[in-house]
Ligand binder design. Structure first.
Ligand code: ATP
Length: 229
């Protein structure tokens, strides 16, 4: 299986403090990989490194057949890395439709398809993004990333802090995206929602991969060793 995204032995620092100690992982075309771990273990740092938003002390990032280790993030995004960042950043002074249009690049995903996935975004097309609920902002953040027509969608805590009903809607949308064949790298702490969508799981512990395998191999013992509170 050829990898769409391959992180190889990433060492990443914030100033003098090391955050990643040789992280390696792969996402194959059409695969959904769950990146897990307790707070502060390096999940967001790994995602940001994949998107080339952080300098690498060493290691390589390969995406879509290219070595993008030395690329700036905007160029990596153009090659097809679609990030939905933690905290769901949208343009608050633009309305919902303008937020989507601002991200648009030609391809399968357009406004109509995003509205099909998240009908609420159609209902609120002319509403300022600043006035959306947290869940709607998350839908907009995912919609914006889809409008770039990414080859890989990176979701960092897509449902954190959201009401159960909205969480369900967002997980259903993620399952739809996966069923359509989109490759996904997702970080989340809600295992009961994450695992059914995942083809493969990677657990980080203090900036290194501590465990990886199939979702069904993630036993209560593994969970309590690396994911328990
Ligand atoms: P969480 O689940 O809490 O979001 P995480 O697994 O995503 O955590 P990271 O945010 O990647 O973890 O953090 C990994 C380590 O790097 C932590 O020790 C964190 O304190 C540190 N770190 C993260 N961002 C910065 C930063 N901007 N400056 C300095 N240290 C940072």
């Amino acid at each position: 299986m050829t990898a769409l995204l391959e992180l190889e032995d990433l060492q990443v620092f914030y100033g003098a403090s090391q955050a990643l100690f040789g992280v390696s992982l792969k996402v194959a075309e059409g695969q959904a990989v769950a990146l897990m771990g307790r707070n502060g273990m390096g999940k967001t740092t790994t995602i940001a490194s994949a998107c080339r938003m952080l300098p690498l002390r060493s290691g390589r990032v390969r995406f879509a057949g290219r070595d993008i280790s030395d690329w700036p993030s905007f160029r990596a995004a153009r090659l097809g890395l679609g990030l939905v960042p933690e905290g769901r950043r949208c343009f608050p002074n633009l309305d919902v439709a303008e937020n989507l249009i601002a991200a648009a690049r030609p391809g399968y995903w357009d406004m109509a398809r995003v509205h099909g996935l998240f009908p609420r975004l159609a209902e609120r097309a002319q509403q300022s993004a600043a006035t959306l609920s947290g869940g709607e902002q998350q839908m907009l953040a995912i919609g914006r990333a889809l409008m770039t027509n990414p080859r890989l969608l990176l979701l960092d805590e897509a449902t954190e802090g959201l009401a159960p009903v909205i969480r369900c809607e967002i997980w259903a949308a993620i399952a739809t995206l996966k069923a359509e064949g989109l490759s996904i790298l997702m970080v989340d702490k809600a295992l009961s929602e994450l695992l059914p969508v995942a083809d493969h799981c990677v657990i980080l512990e203090r900036g290194a991969v501590a465990w990886q395998g199939l979702p069904e191999a993630l036993t209560p013992e593994v969970e309590s060793a690396y994911l328990g509170v």
